[in-house]
Design a protein around this ligand. Structure first.
Ligand code: ATP
Length: 370
């Protein structure tokens, strides 16, 4: 039972109706959000949506204009950053250039007045944790970007905060290193048993690492869900388009029965879908369907197959593990479909300008009214 599914679990961090204004501008708008102990939680959204402002308020660098933030049941208002059991790691890392790796990690502990032998043990533990023991005597400029990032991480967890806030922590790393580091961060979070709150605008990064994701837009929460829920059951067009690739078939609900809807006008065709949610007859809706849920073939599918549309291969990209097809339909809309190449071997090859038929099962997507 994950804590967020447990009605009796108490949130560890709670934003309650938090608003933050800068002059006339509302950066965070009456936002409520719960994060649980030991959760890896991601705040995801486009630039300017207010994610860093949320972190800064949690860390104590800023106070909400109204509303409150609770940590383990305690209202944080008025508590200065250094007295909160929260530490923040910035994208820039902010390592001291004249200090060695071990001095950088020891810095905060010394300031706290921790006895020297204890500092030594703690620093050695931290170096081991981030696999930098052999680099202890180096200065930051003698390290790679990934190693510097790990020093910053070791330094920010050395004081054993309860919560670590990470603002775009992997932004400075190249793609490959970023992917490796994502797994290291997850391992670290597990082994330390900390609550991590990460800010990112990279949906893949959020999907990879987080237990749950909050998708923000203009200072408001659009949806909070696990990566799989966000991908499979987005609640709005915004969320569906922000996370992963998606096709939107816009139309009008002609008929609604139980969980099914018949939608007309979707790319000239009529489609029958399940997962109709709160859509009622007459509503303008979008049927959101992921590319891998659309089947493409060079021949018309068998009689009786649901939701068939005819078009032509407009674009095609071979990506190694899979092939992506762009199929142009009669009304000009281009649908994206993808197929794993391991499953394609037995299927007919398609190429540019070929006539093609796309089809999808009624339950292959979701109907969105927002
Ligand atoms: P990014 O990914 O670009 O960092 P973000 O989602 O983290 O974006 P925030 O830094 O939280 O965005 O900023 C949210 C909005 O509030 C932005 O429009 C920003 O310009 C504004 N803002 C942030 N801090 C201030 C401030 N001190 N004074 C005025 N406006 C601010």
């Amino acid at each position: 039972f994950a804590p967020w599914n447990d009605p009796d679990a108490r949130p560890y961090i709670a934003f309650e109706n938090v608003t933050k204004r800068f002059g006339d501008f509302t950066a965070v708008n009456n936002l409520s959000l719960s994060i649980y102990e030991r959760e890896f939680f991601a705040l995801l959204g486009a630039s300017g949506c207010g994610k860093s402002t949320l972190l800064r308020m949690l860390a104590g660098f800023d106070e909400p204009t109204s509303g409150r933030i609770l940590l383990d049941g305690q209202d944080l208002r008025g508590i200065p950053p250094y007295r909160r059991p929260v530490n923040m790691m910035f994208q820039s890392y902010a390592l001291f250039p004249h200090m060695t790796v071990e001095q950088n990690i020891a810095f905060g502990l010394k300031q706290e007045g921790m006895p020297k032998p204890e500092i030594e043990t703690r620093v050695a533990d931290m170096l081991k944790l981030v696999k930098l023991t052999q680099f202890a005597k180096r200065k930051p400029h003698q390290l790679s970007g990934g190693q510097r990032q790990r020093v910053a991480l070791a330094r920010s967890v050395a004081k054993r905060p309860k919560v670590l806030l990470l603002d775009e922590p992997l932004g400075a790393l190249d793609k490959k290193l970023r992917e490796e580091t994502q797994f290291e961060l997850m391992d670290l979070q597990q082994s330390l048993g900390l609550t991590f709150v990460i800010v990112t605008h990279d949906q893949e990064e959020a999907m990879t690492m987080a237990d749950r994701i909050a998708i923000l837009d203009k200072g408001e929460v659009m949806q909070v869900a696990t990566p799989a829920e966000v991908y499979e059951a987005p609640g709005s067009r915004y969320v569906a388009s922000f996370v992963g690739n998606v096709n939107m078939l816009e139309g009008t609900v002609a008929e609604r029965t139980e969980n099914r809807a018949r939608i007309t006008g979707a790319s000239g065709a009529e489609i029958v879908v399940e997962n109709a949610g709160d859509a009622a007859a007459g509503n303008t809706v979008a049927f959101a369907i992921r590319p891998e849920k659309i089947k493409v073939s060079s021949r018309p599918p068998a009689e009786g197959t649901a939701n068939v549309m005819e078009g032509e291969i407009y674009d095609l990209a071979y990506l190694g593990d899979m092939t992506v097809y762009h199929v142009r339909l009669a009304d000009g809309q281009v649908l994206k479909a993808s197929a794993l190449n391991s499953s394609r071997i037995t299927e007919d090859p398609l190429s540019w300008n070929d006539r093609a038929w796309v089809s999808f099962a009624p339950d292959a997507g979701v109907v969105l009214t927002r």
